[in-house]
Design a protein around this ligand. Structure first.
Ligand code: PLP
Length: 310
């Protein structure tokens, strides 16, 4: 990828976050700034797309179809990466085309992604042979990248996140989960003395146990254990916000000067705060929170956050 406008992934900054509750408990919270990797292919997207797009470039077919909602970070990053690399991209988007596209989809179209809007029920069957055959007829041969970019290359890419910092220095590493692909990559490369906490951004995140184990099995990796999921900080569901989430994010930004978004990393922060309050972290422990990017999506969440703070 062209990283001219970006920090090299090998030099991703780690920041110490001085939140009073952590300080009082004697627990050090740090933040891995994956959000700074690239202005458009930010956070975990950089790692999720890296090998998938390399495989596309190595093949004779330079067209990718993928799936997402109107505010999808994955669709946004894929559209830009395709634009930059001369790869045709088609985004299958959940729901009707609205008169006014979301800024996410406006960007995607501007970068040349073709958008195919499908009903919610059609979207649920998006991987069916019949639908894929219809897409092939409409657009020609393509590579199919699953929703969220969590396909066969996700572990190879996301395991590299763990080489960006000295993992042995930490007692716990925490990251948000949507499809679980990113966490699967972290699990695949975690040292045995470090625990991982994945925080579900969705309600009913129990499926993540199955999907993460399946991704590991498909990649031929034995589950090393030492990881768990927080299923209790979804705040009502995907992209839902609560007052406690809005407040936690506001305090975080006031203390650190760093912005989070509420769909993923905000919820991961909340899970850490909740576990801190429950006394689950011992004095002297060190925690790494992964800022998985997706700041473009904040454009669709500002009003909801303001409402929760008023
Ligand atoms: C900003 C951000 N963080 C975290 C995640 C969760 O990643 P995964 O779907 O690999 O669990 C996503 C979704 O891909 C995301 O967009």
């Amino acid at each position: 990828m062209n990283v001219s406008a970006a920090i090299s992934p090998l030099t991703v900054p780690v920041e110490i976050i001085d939140l009073p509750l952590f300080r009082q408990a004697g627990v050090q919270l740090e933040l891995l700034r994956l959000d700074l990797i690239h202005p458009q292919i930010s956070g975990n997207k950089w790692f999720k797309l890296k090998y998938a797009l390399q495989a596309v470039e190595a093949s004779s077919c330079r067209r990718v179809v993928s799936f997402g909602g109107a505010w999808s970070n994955h669709i946004h990053a894929l559209a830009y990466a395709g634009f930059e690399r001369g790869i045709d991209t088609i985004g299958v988007i959940r729901g009707e085309r609205s008169a006014m596209l979301s800024p996410t989809l406006q960007d995607a179209e501007r970068w040349g992604m073709q958008l195919e809007f499908v009903s919610r029920s059609q979207y649920r069957n998006k991987q069916d042979d019949a639908f894929l055959a219809w897409l092939e007829q409409a657009y020609g041969e393509f590579h199919c990248l699953p929703e969220g970019g969590s396909g066969e290359w996700v572990i190879a890419g996301c395991r590299e996140i763990m080489s960006l910092f000295n993992t042995h220095d930490y007692d716990l590493i925490c990251s948000a989960c949507g499809t679980g692909g990113t966490l699967a990559g972290l699990i695949a490369s975690k040292p045995s003395d470090v625990d991982l906490l994945g925080v579900s951004a969705l309600k009913g995140g129990e499926f993540l146990y199955h999907d993460i184990r399946q991704l590991l099995t498909q990649a031929g990796i034995d589950d090393p254990g030492g990881w768990s999921l927080a299923l209790d900080c979804h705040e009502g569901g995907y992209a839902k916000v609560s007052s406690r989430l809005a407040l936690a994010m506001q305090q975080f930004t006031q203390c650190s000067g760093i912005e989070l978004e509420p769909v993923y990393t905000g919820k991961a922060l909340l899970a850490l705060l909740q576990r801190l309050a429950a006394g689950e972290f011992s004095r002297g422990s060190r925690i790494m929170l992964i800022h998985s990017g997706g700041m473009q999506g904040l454009r669709g969440m500002q009003a909801a956050l303001r409402k929760k703070l008023s």
